[in-house]
Ligand binder design. Structure first.
Ligand code: D8T
Ligand code: MG
Length: 384
């Protein structure tokens, strides 16, 4: 079996563009992958096509490790989120082909099932900048759906050291959500890497009082030691790693940043196998993982197969029910949580196929970049 052809698909959503790929073999078996990267979808698509031409066409789809290493090492500079995302899109499709060829769901090639279902936590359920009352009402619905927890950024687009009233509104919003969902629901707060260490510590102490489960990316992702300086009061966990793009950096992130939960991004680390290796590094440190997944349904399916075969997962991030209403039209058998958990398809491969008619209805759209470092204390979400 030889790899013959690559096709890329850009799909415009209001937030960002999705990038799907389909690999064809000379036997007629095809595989799908996803290389969605925020605001760089066209760039990643171009790199994916180049990588296919340079390394993949004519190769055996079973040579996954060899092909990934060629794409990573021969491109001399090595890695970075753009190249890694292109590698991941191809790699997912290779796994899909191999698993279809042997007639097995992908998790059976990744070590087999260690879970029956995958608990999901909700993200995207909340409108940034809304009032505490609106957030509380939305949170009640999320709990009623059975999710294992919910994540949000109540300080959305505040700067490194926000005005006191911005912090207060954020705290009031979390307190309203806590009141609405009761003491046992898991609340996760995403800082998106914006705060100074001082402000992160100030916030962390309030989150500890409110019984928040984890504080994610409290400080900028580049400096692991800075993360290590963030306080962890009253059992508050620190989650990080969605922007740690190299397996080779993970030991330093763990040693210096001391996260309690690691969040590898299966696209931006370069695919399923890399993410599996990172999960094993975390496991050796007693750290659970929760794969980052603000992506479309193809990468969500890939993350779920990996979850199924990974011992140290906590919960899968899920945008599935809060995305555009046509999300589930894009693929057959779109993964959706039921009662707050995913059941993973036992169909061969990833268990999904692209629905090209639906994909064509949502062409590429210019990206409206989010201003993620505004230092003006404003809560305005969009700039583009
Ligand atoms: O943990 C998450 O899913 C977030 O950090 C998203 O990647 C972010 O909101 C995208 O702008
Ligand atoms: Mg995040």
């Amino acid at each position: 079996m030889k790899l013959a052809r690559l096709e890329t698909f850009l799909i415009g959503r209001p937030w960002n563009n999705l990038l799907f790929v389909r690999l064809e073999t000379d036997t007629g078996i095809t595989g799908v992958g996803e290389g969605t990267m925020q605001w760089q979808a066209q760039t990643v698509a171009a790199v994916t096509e180049l990588m296919f031409k340079r390394y993949v066409v004519g190769a055996s789809p079973f040579d996954i490790e060899r092909l990934v290493q060629a794409m990573y090492r021969n491109e001399y500079a090595r890695g970075g989120p753009v190249l890694n995302s292109a590698i991941a899109a191809i790699e997912m499709a290779l796994w899909d082909i191999c698993a279809k060829h042997v007639g097995q769901p992908l998790y059976n090639l990744l070590g087999g099932r260690v879970h029956d279902t995958i608990p999901a936590y909700a993200n995207g359920w909340y409108e940034n900048g809304c009032t505490p009352e609106v957030a509380a009402a939305a949170a009640r619905k999320v709990v009623a759906e059975g999710y294992s927890g919910m994540k949000f950024d109540p300080f959305w687009l505040a700067g490194a050291d926000p005005q006191p009233e911005v912090l207060r509104l954020g705290f009031d919003t979390i307190a309203a959500v806590r009141d609405a969902v009761g003491p046992d629901a898991r609340i996760m707060i995403d800082g998106h890497g914006r705060f100074s260490v001082g402000t992160a510590n100030q916030i962390a102490h309030v989150l500890g009082e409110l019984g928040v489960y984890w504080f994610e990316e409290p400080v900028a992702p580049e400096n692991f030691a800075m993360l290590g300086e963030v306080d962890r009061p009253k059992g508050l966990r620190i989650a990080a790693g969605e922007r740690c793009w190299s397996r080779h950096q993970v030991p330093q992130l763990i040693a210096q940043g001391r996260p309690h939960v690691l969040q590898p991004d299966i696209i931006q680390v370069g695919g399923i196998l890399e993410a599996k290796k990172i999960a094993a590094i975390a496991d050796a440190h007693g750290i659970p993982v929760s794969f980052h997944c603000p992506f479309g349904p193809v990468a969500t399916a890939a993350a779920l197969h990996l979850d199924m075969a990974t011992t140290n997962i906590v919960s899968q991030e899920s945008f599935s029910a809060f995305d555009v209403p046509w999300r589930s039209d894009l693929v057959t058998n779109c993964p959706m949580p039921r009662q707050g958990a995913y059941r993973v398809s036992d169909a061969p491969g990833l268990g999904i196929e692209l629905n090209e008619d639906a994909i064509r209805e949502h062409p590429f759209r210019e990206e409206a970049v989010q201003d993620m470092w505004a230092d003006n204390g404003s809560m305005s979400a969009w700039r583009g």
